[in-house]
Design a protein around this ligand. Structure first.
Ligand code: NDP
Length: 300
């Protein structure tokens, strides 16, 4: 058996098109332009790339992009004051603070300073609580993207056995909450889980969000299962030349593809969905702020 490859790049492009269509209508009918503010503190090269891509895609779907690049030594007080200004600005519907923050800044304090209704990353404690209690929340972008791909593949997820490997606040836990909300039977595995391969083999839906290159191998995958690989790991690729790297997921693709029914590749699977869902969340936040109906198929 060879699994269907879930094309996250094409799916993300579809979402961006839908978002762009909504944005055009919103501007025509209501004279409204959704605005996303991204705040970057410091010079982390990976963060710079993410922020650049976010800004570019925000503009491409017709939204307003506001970038705030602050120096590494920005004080926590100055960052909080900026967030207060963004919270009060009616042209800004979504605020994202790029993580990680420099070590002298308390990330929890900063995230919880964002107005929950503008918290398009879904990390504010209010949104975490709303999601956990099944209320209307802003949902973290990466798990939202995974959920959209799973719904697209299966329609209803009700009654399916789902195993999420990883229990981080940004991926594992919200992913598990979303699957539970869609009536899966959910198991969360982590570094202390006993006989993790056996746990994974029970999964109709297996989500790997571990940060360990190719840890989940084909013999962990139930035949026909849907495998969502969230991991993004850079590993040396000497076959491409000295100092060259390649990206791999947390799943060993070559062995898993032989067992799974469907699988996301790395790159080109979950990765592109994350920014697409950030744009979807910004649109949703703008609709909610203005009492407009929420875009169908773009929320949890
Ligand atoms: P974290 O490091 O925050 O969490 C990793 C989780 O994996 C922890 O819960 C940890 O368990 C668990 N874990 C670690 N080692 C093992 C092991 N040997 N067996 C079982 N579980 C283990 O990572 P994130 O959740 O932030 O990210 C996970 C991966 O997803 C990374 O590769 C990251 O780059 C990628 N990512 C991709 C995104 C995208 O857009 N596609 C967005 C965000 C992340 P414990 O809690 O017990 O320590």
């Amino acid at each position: 058996m060879t699994a269907d490859i879930i094309d996250g790049k094409a799916f993300a492009a579809e979402i961006r098109n839908k978002v762009a269509g909504h944005v055009t209508r919103m501007q025509a009918d209501h004279d409204l332009v959704p605005g996303l503010a991204v705040v970057l503190v410091g010079e982390d090269p990976a963060s710079q790339v993410y922020v650049r891509n976010k800004g570019k895609q925000t503009v491409e779907v017709g939204m307003a992009s506001f970038e705030h690049r602050l120096s590494e030594d920005t004080s926590q007080a100055d960052l909080l004051a900026l967030l207060d200004r963004l919270n009060a600005d009616p042209e800004i519907h979504g605020i994202l603070v790029q993580l990680p923050l420099p070590s002298h800044i308390d990330s929890d304090l900063v995230i919880n300073r964002i107005d929950p209704s503008k918290d398009v990353d879904g990390f504010h404690i209010s949104n975490v609580g709303l999601l956990a209690t099944g209320q209307k929340a802003m949902v973290p972008c990466t798990p939202l993207g995974c959920l959209m791909m799973l719904r697209d593949r299966h329609g209803s997820l009700s009654g399916m056995n789902a195993v999420v490997v990883g229990r981080s606040n940004i991926v594992g836990k919200p992913m598990a909450q979303l699957l539970l909300r869609d009536s899966c039977t959910v198991t969360i595995a982590h570094s202390r889980t006993r006989d993790i391969a056996e746990v994974c083999r029970r999964a109709d839906i297996l989500v790997a969000a571990v940060g360990r290159p190719e840890m989940v191998t084909g013999d962990w995958v139930k035949p026909g299962a849907t495998v969502i690989d969230v991991g993004i790991n850079r590993i040396p690729a000497p076959e491409r030349g000295a100092d060259k790297y390649r990206l791999v997921g947390d799943v060993h693709f070559e062995s898993a593809v032989a067992a799974a029914g469907a699988i996301t590749p790395v790159p080109g699977g979950v990765g592109p969905m994350t920014i697409a869902c950030l744009l979807a969340n910004t649109l949703t936040a703008c609709c909610r702020a203005n009492g407009l109906p929420e875009p169908e198929g773009l929320t949890a």
